[in-house]
Design a protein around this ligand. Structure first.
Ligand code: 3PG
Ligand code: MG
Length: 395
């Protein structure tokens, strides 16, 4: 059933507690290197402010120890960036349910924004602690989940807090609703042909995704180092390539299950060292010489995958085809991204590395949807549902 959204709640004069996923990448100087998760949360933030509500925003950042404040994981850079984007002051509390947060929350006026410090500074967040959840819920009149990237977690702010809201509204924000609409609708009723393209280092990370998508898609194209474990299962020579010998049996089973639907690379771009200026060769798949390792799909595979993608009506992509951060081994990923950008298909880019790749290559505005969730979008591709969303009010 569809979930009630924040736009369906009267927020005038109300305190709205919004769980956002502002877990953004920071460089060594603490500068935000990609603020997409903040930008994508703005429509919900602005909608509440414009309608006369006040905002208590809460997020985690990274994986601090849960033993109190840690400057390395402070949300201070996020508060500053958000303030720039909404062109309004954003107050940062120095804690989550402590004196400072409670005072600042209580004195919020309509149109004002408070960001609580990193939820994971408090041990109650990861523990799903009821006392911690109750304190957060007690600060507000409305709860809104706009943290798609964290929807696969059952941390206190995701599950315990909406549970503790009692009769008060618990809704989704526009980011969560858009993500679920794209990923959910496509998987439930895709236009065909429906092609998935999966990359990344390990088969073990994507087993459930491959299994689920083999049941729904017309074709599942495989790239990345994960292809080498499949190749090993077929008796290939892999040289020094990254393989998972303990997953060969599983790969064999997936090959059997997938039949013609599961498409593997026909050639491999390999090198004699993990560096951009190593000696390179393009070889047939499964014929990687001693001393060499596979670092990207080869050009014939890229042609073949681009051809298949050009005829698809729906495309889902998750995971790079090679060592995309190390040219020239970015070529396979670039070719695939270009083919997806050029196609007329409804195209969905799973978060994490493939979202970063499509952004970096400049094709992000030529696909239908780039997810803000890494683990969360994989969970959706696995066909899982989220307790953190199920708990929210239905329309
Ligand atoms: C993510 O980036 O994957 C989300 O913000 C969730 O973070 P987590 O994997 O540390 O729970
Ligand atoms: Mg994660």
């Amino acid at each position: 059933m569809a979930k009630k959204t924040i736009t369906q709640v009267d927020v005038a004069g109300k305190r709205v507690l919004v769980r956002v996923d502002f877990n953004v990448p920071l460089d060594d100087d603490g500068q935000i290197t990609d603020d997409r998760r903040i930008e994508m949360a703005l429509p919900t933030i602005q909608s509440v402010l414009e309608r006369g509500g006040s905002l208590i925003l809460m997020s985690h950042l990274g994986r601090p120890a849960g033993e109190g404040y840690d400057p390395l994981y402070s949300l201070a850079p996020v508060a500053a960036r958000l303030g720039e984007l909404i062109e309004a002051p954003v107050t940062l509390a120095s804690d989550t349910i402590g004196e400072d947060a409670r005072q600042k929350a209580a004195s919020l006026a309509p149109g004002e924004v408070l960001l609580l410090e990193n939820l994971r500074f408090h041990p109650g967040e990861k523990a799903g602690d009821a006392e911690f959840s109750g304190q957060l819920a007690g600060m507000a009149d409305v709860y809104c989940n706009n943290a798609f990237g964290t929807c696969h977690r059952t941390d206190a702010s995701m599950l315990g807090v909406p549970e503790a809201m009692g009769q008060k509204p618990r809704v989704v924000g526009s980011l969560v609703s858009r993500e679920i609409q794209y990923l959910g609708d496509v998987l439930n009723s895709p236009r065909r042909p429906f092609v998935a393209i999966l990359g990344g280092a390990k088969v073990s990370d994507k087993i459930s995704v491959i299994q689920n998508l083999l049941g729904i898609c017309d074709q599942v194209l495989i790239g990345g180092a994960m292809a080498y474990t499949f190749s090993l299962a077929q008796g290939g020579q892999l040289g020094n390539s990254l393989v998972e010998p303990d997953k060969v049996e599983l790969a064999t089973e997936l090959l059997r299950q997938g039949g013609d639907k599961l498409v593997l690379p026909v050639d491999t771009h390999c090198g004699d060292d993990f560096s951009g200026d190593c000696n390179k060769q393009v070889v047939e798949a499964g014929q990687i010489p001693e001393g060499y390792e596979g670092l990207d799909i080869g050009p014939r595979t890229a042609d073949q995958y681009a051809e298949i993608l050009s005829t698809a009506a729906t495309v889902v992509w998750n995971g790079p085809m090679g060592v995309f951060e190390m040219p020239p081994f970015d070529e396979g990923t670039r070719r695939v991204a270009e083919a997806i950008a050029n196609s007329e298909a409804t195209s969905i880019i799973g978060g994490g590395d493939s979202a970063a790749a499509i952004e970096q290559l400049g094709f992000a505005d030529r696909v239908s949807h780039v997810s803000t969730g890494g683990g969360a979008s994989l969970a959706m591709l696995e066909g899982r549902s989220f307790a953190a969303v199920d708990v929210l009010d239905d329309v």
